[in-house]
Design a protein around this ligand. Structure first.
Ligand code: ADP
Length: 193
């Protein structure tokens, strides 16, 4: 199995690149943001729980997020691997992911971070907000809050996997194809060193 963590600040292009990677490597894409939006649009209890946090640009509590992620992973016992997008976003989430994968005899092969500067991502998200219908993409203060939460709670996850020799950074600026090629180069280096 090959399990990848696609990492980077909000608006860094994780969803776009995940679409390319699932096609190329036949992996299951798990985006916790997409899962929460699905739950909200179907008015489930989980969706109700997540809504207020998401609207404020805060993280949904780990207990809720980890349970949802575990359920999703359990649904795909036959897969060749997963792309985790928007997860793990905290150290406890990373520890839970590692424990879950170990229990299945596998592990995170690597984390790849898309490097994009703050002003670029704010502009990208506000532009996306004009068409995405996402309330959290429309308000600059909420967007900046998400970036601040990323810096304080999520960025440490990069160091957590770096200590295990698993973190990689690629330049997140350029065309979609350029970035996809940089990503493929990293994915293909996994298992070779
Ligand atoms: P983006 O990467 O553009 O911020 P996402 O779709 O990944 O967007 O996430 C949107 C929101 O969903 C986050 O701001 C947060 O409130 C919630 N969320 C998504 N993934 C997680 C997670 N792993 N832990 C906690 N909250 C999450």
């Amino acid at each position: 199995m090959i399990n990848l963590v696609l990492f980077g600040p909000p608006g860094s292009g994780k969803g776009t690149q995940a679409a390319f990677l699932i096609e190329k490597y036949r992996l299951i894409h798990i985006s916790t943001g997409d899962l929460f939006r699905y739950e909200m649009s179907h008015h489930t209890k989980l969706g109700q729980e997540a809504r207020a946090y998401m609207a404020k640009g805060e993280l949904v509590p780990d207990s809720v997020t980890i349970g949802m992620l575990r359920n999703k992973v359990e649904k795909h016992p036959e897969t060749q691997g997963f792309i985790f997008d928007g997860f793990p976003r905290t150290i406890p989430q990373a520890e839970a992911l590692d424990a879950l994968l170990i229990s299945k005899g596998t592990e995170v092969a690597g984390l790849i971070s898309l490097d994009v500067g703050e002003e670029e991502i704010v502009q990208r998200i506000l532009l996306r907000g004009q068409t995405s219908g996402r309330a959290d993409d429309n308000d600059e203060a909420t967007v900046r809050k998400r970036i601040a939460v990323y810096q304080s709670e999520t960025a440490p996850v990069f160091d957590y996997y770096a200590e295990k020799g698993k973190s990689h950074i690629i330049n997140g600026l350029g065309t979609i194809d350029d970035i996809a090629e940089r990503l493929s180069d990293v994915v293909e280096s996994f298992g070779k060193d």
